[in-house]
Write a protein that binds this ligand. Structure first.
Ligand code: ADP
Ligand code: GN1
Ligand code: MG
Length: 368
């Protein structure tokens, strides 16, 4: 890590930030990119902070096209936010340019680095203490989609093709089972069985939804609690961050992935499956915030299927973790050899719990 911090500091000097003493420390808890908080203490004036990130090139093989999406989306959002009387520097991400004028640096080894203004006076946490904060996140993700309502989703580069495409994820699992690259197929027979048992039904439901014209919109595709910055004083949702996976998609996916990640009484990788359950208070708080801020554009089919989104995304994550375990852990960073297997089991337990609450979730949304 020391070596990486040193490299990050060298890179930081290539960006258009004030001259002065620079320090850099690892920041956040993401599974994909390397994130640092860069502090610059100019010779005169107050210290300034930035977020410096090295993009994961295994996950994002074409990071420059991804950066193109982020530039276009944040540019568009800045216009909408200004028209609505908001503060564009605070309510969307701002890329800092490098000395050569581009908003990123590609280093000698081919890694892409970028710098964002640090949005001060905000907090991001994956475990807020009050339901109001989940409602604020729901409002913020809904607002993000509303503000991007006039942006033609089909013009965005498909950064990660088939990212939230469940049949394609099932195909990856089928391929991983066939290849058995890490020699783990025999031990995960039960989990393979759970995933395959739901495959045909999922396929049928998705076809139905597509036939019912669920529209393609600009979606975030990584809607976690810690991807929203909340005002540290008021708790209001200030800014949706982590725009790497912003692509055309279905709103069910953004709603569903939030419930999967935030409304779990246990951890995503909980070794104790008894701790994993869907937290209906969090579901209700988020759903209320989200449905209120999307009321002006959500179609009835989208609205009715929001709870199904929670099932779909939890199922997809069960499949993704299992496929990565079978492949030999190429994709997700792991903390121990069975980590992806454990993650997959915990996600499957969550899926069962969400399925058990299907009626309660549908009733709640219908009553909003
Ligand atoms: P990852 O893809 O690794 O999740 P993120 O872009 O979400 O990376 O950044 C990790 C963390 O850094 C976030 O959860 C948030 O706490 C913080 N962060 C990111 N961007 C900003 C920003 N512009 N201002 C303040 N904090 C930020
Ligand atoms: C990854 O880095 P993070 O935690 O924001 C992944 C998500 C998964 C998640 C599972 C680009 O997101 O899709 O749901 O891990 N992001 C990518 O923890 O694959
Ligand atoms: Mg993040």
């Amino acid at each position: 890590m020391e070596k990486l911090i040193k490299r990050a500091l060298d890179i930081a000097h290539l960006f258009d930030v004030p001259r002065g003493e620079m320090t850099c420390e690892p920041y956040g808890t993401g599974n994909i990119n390397d994130t640092f908080c860069l502090t610059v203490r100019p010779w005169t004036g107050a210290a300034r902070r930035y977020i410096l990130q090295r993009v994961n090139r295994y996950v994002f093989p074409d990071p420059q096209s991804m950066m193109g999406n982020i530039q276009r989306v944040t540019h568009y959002l800045r216009g909408v936010i200004a028209r609505e009387g908001g503060d564009p520097a605070r309510e969307t991400l701002t890329l800092v340019r490098a000395m050569d004028g581009r908003p990123w640096i590609t280093d000698a080894s081919g890694d892409l680095w970028r710098v964002y203004l640090f949005i001060e006076g905000t907090v991001s946490t994956d475990r807020p203490e009050t339901p109001e904060r989940f409602a604020a996140a729901g409002e913020a993700f809904g607002r993000f989609q509303r503000q991007l309502g006039g942006f033609d989703a089909s013009t965005l580069y498909p950064t990660l093709p088939n990212f939230h495409n469940t049949p394609a994820r099932l195909q990856q699992l089928t391929n991983a089972i066939g290849a058995d690259a890490a020699g783990r197929r025999a031990e995960v027979g039960a989990e393979i069985g759970f995933c395959m048992a739901r495959a045909a039904q999922t396929d049928a439901l998705l076809r139905e939804l597509e036939a019912g014209c669920v529209p393609l919109r600009v979606t975030h595709n990584d809607t976690k609690m810690d991807n929203v910055l909340l005002d540290e004083k008021t708790g209001r949702g200030v800014c949706v961050i982590d725009l790497d996976t912003t692509m055309p998609g279905f709103v069910l996916s953004d709603f569903g992935d939030f419930i999967r990640t935030a409304a779990n009484t246990g951890a995503e990788d909980d070794p104790d499956l008894d701790k994993v359950d869907v937290d209906m208070d969090i579901f209700r708080a988020f759903a209320k915030g989200y449905v209120e801020s999307t009321a002006s554009f959500l179609t009835p089919v989208e609205r009715e299927n929001l709870p199904y989104g929670a099932q779909l995304l939890t199922y997809m994550q069960t499949v993704r973790f299992l496929a990565d375990y079978l492949d030999g852990d190429n994709y997700y960073k792991i903390k121990h050899p069975e980590h992806n297997w454990q993650r997959s089991k915990a996600q499957f337990k969550l899926l069962q719990s969400i399925e058990a609450q299907e009626k309660a979730m549908n009733d709640y949304i219908a009553g909003l």
